[in-house]
Design a protein around this ligand. Structure first.
Ligand code: GP9
Ligand code: MN
Length: 683
């Protein structure tokens, strides 16, 4: 026994021994992290095996590099690599907690656009156990400092490091082929970063991600007009004729698009202790002149809000590796709904109480043809006016009225609320309903901020009524994505009363509101299955704007031909009959695993979804819209737009000469005083 111990101790005092020790500790650490900090969906012994061994090849390669050096340098190099890699792991843990995804190069590239708020929300979610990942680095440093392990400063025979490097490469090859055997086309067709980390590890995922992003840049340079032809061939073959009964019913009306942050459909008519959480939205939902959809899904990926915006105004999916608005919003050519309306005589404006750079909005909105972007610096600011990501909704909506009333009509105005955002914090004075009692901190405040949002909407709608805008406008509401992620199944089970709140239920709970409210509209609750990708074609038909020649992946929700296959960004989907989650097919109606569905039907649906996602990605990645000539549409020139406050306000003032704004129609008298809010901050 003593002998064995001695042997091990001797080995650890060699350079190779130290590398192996570091590697073993690293593997233990990643297994701990995979199991406790990520939700990789590991199933079966093969996946478990791969999950355990997948950090080995890359770390052996990196740690092995230290063997090419001699003396203390070698040890220091290894420790620095270990520390940096751990720091990266740590960052991913925090990012994952909020986004259920890993950090990508596209996100880092756009980090100036998002970091401001990202760091804010991330700092709030560190848990003490997150720091455990640094434990192995500390142990190694202590072992060396207290000379438990002595540094071996001899130069190694050159064959050893070369052997270690080759072994690492070989092991990676083995890892990859086992992974491919378990999940064919892992790297070519996957839509979910979790898969790649599960099979190949975080570091390999990063290499994959960087390679792909570099390739995307090359894609743009290499894309040809004929690439667009094949996309258009698919879209033409699957073209859905819009419902003629609704064509143009909103022609010439103003349009409000009201973004309900993180608002899930289950909140509609939801009660806590017998009390409605969102009475105003419930009322709108049930009104005769509201077209409400109860099978409408969010389809966002990592780009969250920005993916919703991309889909709603371009009918293009967000990118699998992150926000399309961030990656391509500045450089690509778009044929977005605001630009089309702009060229059709509308004034287009986006309103949001956050900094303009978030999600690269200040650039992307120009590419999308927004005349105005009223962001936080257009609003009076006080510390108490803000919570989380930006202005409190009541203050934001009230203070937007001064700009709305000056917009030349007809206008298209998108108002992005933000108070109902994770982590659902709200000061006492603004709380008007009790928290739920699931015991989950993230979940229990949700009804409070949702109620606050609902109150704000109520106040806004009252103002529309006072000004008469309710008669001259179409008001569209949508929830952008889930508020409670799939990581909170237990509390969701408590909130919904669904005992077995599993992945199937989580997919069903991706439903978000979509409501079109307009005086004289033939309303009702429509049960068609659809999602955010379908909003643009639906609204364009209502507004009577032709979609001839456009590249859109959604279709009119009111058309009888509308395909009810709702694609999720990760390749899962929901139809009225089938719900696919990972490799499991459920019967949407019975919530049970579907044992009757034929293989042919499985692959038909899976392929349809995969094809549409990948064609949409090709459009963004290849910047293909630059090749799409649209009749009567002039290519958007970003330089025509400026969101500089002084410039924009001067333009707005000058536009009053046309006398078409609400205020000018009222002989220049403002309606701002008519806006009633009970926001405590304004008292
Ligand atoms: C920030 C807001 C939040 O400006 O739109 O974005 P999200 O975190 O929901 O994607
Ligand atoms: Mn959002």
């Amino acid at each position: 026994m003593k002998n064995v111990f001695k042997k091990i101790s001797n080995f650890l005092n060699t350079r190779l021994g130290f590398v192996l020790l570091a590697l073993v500790l690293y593997v233990i650490k990643t297994v701990y992290t995979y199991e406790n900090k990520f939700n990789l969906g590991v199933k079966g012994s093969m996946q478990t095996f791969l999950m355990i061994i997948n950090p080995i090849p890359v770390m052996l390669l990196l740690f092995g590099l230290s063997l090419y050096m001699k003396g203390r340098k070698s040890y220091i190099f290894l420790l620095v690599i270990d520390f940096l890699d751990t720091l990266w792991l740590f960052s991913n843990i925090l990012y994952y907690r909020e986004f259920s995804d890993f950090i990508t190069m596209a996100l880092i590239k756009g980090s100036s656009a998002t970091s401001n708020n990202l760091s804010k929300s991330i700092l709030g979610i560190v848990k003490p156990t997150d720091f455990l990942v640094f434990l192995d680095v500390i142990i190694l440093i202590l072992l060396l400092s207290f000379h438990v392990i002595k540094m071996d400063i001899r130069r190694l025979n050159w064959r050893i490091p070369v052997l270690v490097t080759s072994l690492a490469v070989l092991l990676f090859g083995a890892n990859l082929s086992l992974a491919e055997a378990d999940r064919p086309q892992l790297l070519t067709r996957t839509f979910d970063n979790n898969y790649i980390v599960k099979y190949l590890g975080l570091n390999a995922f990063n290499v994959y991600d960087v390679t792909k992003t570099t390739k995307t840049n090359a894609n743009k340079a290499n894309a040809k007009p004929s690439d667009l032809t094949s996309v258009k061939r698919y879209l033409d073959n699957n073209y859905v004729t819009p419902n003629a009964e609704y064509t143009g019913v909103a022609k010439g009306k103003n349009v409000f698009v009201i973004h309900l942050e993180s608002f899930q459909q289950f909140l509609i008519d939801y009660k806590v202790n017998g009390e409605e959480v969102t009475p105003n939205l419930n009322k709108i939902y049930h009104e005769d002149n509201t077209l409400s959809f109860d099978n409408f899904f969010n389809q966002v990926g990592q780009g969250k809000t920005s993916d919703a915006e991309m889909m709603l105004e371009n009918s293009l999916f967000g990118l699998p590796e992150g926000s399309g608005m961030v990656v391509d919003g500045t450089t690509n050519t778009f044929q977005a709904m605001p630009a089309m309306l702009d060229q059709d005589g509308y004034t287009t404006a986006a309103f949001h109480g956050d900094v303009p750079s978030f999600w690269n909005r200040d650039n992307a909105y120009k590419s999308w043809g927004y005349d105005y972007f009223f962001s936080s610096n257009y609003y009076k600011q006080k510390k108490s006016y803000n919570v989380g990501y930006g202005m409190k909704d009541k203050i934001f909506l009230k203070d937007s009225s001064q700009y709305i009333e000056q917009l030349p009509q007809p206008f298209y105005a998108k108002l992005i609320t933000v108070t109902n955002h994770y982590p659902y914090d709200l000061d006492k004075k603004n709380q008007s309903i009790a928290r739920t009692k699931t015991g989950d901190k993230t979940v229990d405040g949700y009804v409070q901020t949702a109620r606050y949002l609902d109150d704000s909407v109520g106040e806004f709608m009252d103002w529309l009524q006072k000004t008469g805008l309710d008669k001259t406008s179409m008001v569209v509401f949508y929830g952008d994505h889930y508020g409670i992620s799939g990581n909170h199944k237990k509390p969701m089970s408590k909130l919904t009363g669904i005992k077995n709140f599993n992945d199937f239920q989580d997919a069903q709970y991706q439903r978000v509101p979509f409501m079109i409210h307009m005086d004289g509209l033939q309303g009702g609750i429509n049960h068609t299955y659809g999602g955010e990708i379908d909003v643009m074609p639906t609204l364009m038909n209502l507004m009577g704007v032709s979609d001839k020649g456009t590249v859109q992946f959604g279709s009119d929700l009111l058309s009888s031909e509308h395909s009810q296959v709702v694609a999720f960004r990760n390749g899962n989907f929901v139809t009225p009959d089938v719900t696919k989650v990972g490799s499991t097919y459920y019967n949407t109606k019975t919530a049970k695993v579907d044992t009757n569905i034929s293989d042919k039907e499985k692959s038909r649906l899976t392929n349809k979804v995969a094809t549409e996602l990948s064609l949409s990605d090709q459009v963004l990645n290849g910047d293909l819209l630059r090749f799409n000539k649209l009749d009567g549409f002039t290519k958007v020139n970003k330089a025509d737009f400026s969101y500089k406050k002084s410039t924009a306000l001067k333009k707005l003032k000058d536009s009053q000469k046309s006398k078409t704004s609400l205020k000018m129609e009222n002989d220049g008298k403002s309606y701002v005083e008519d806006y009633v809010t009970n926001a405590p901050e304004l008292k």
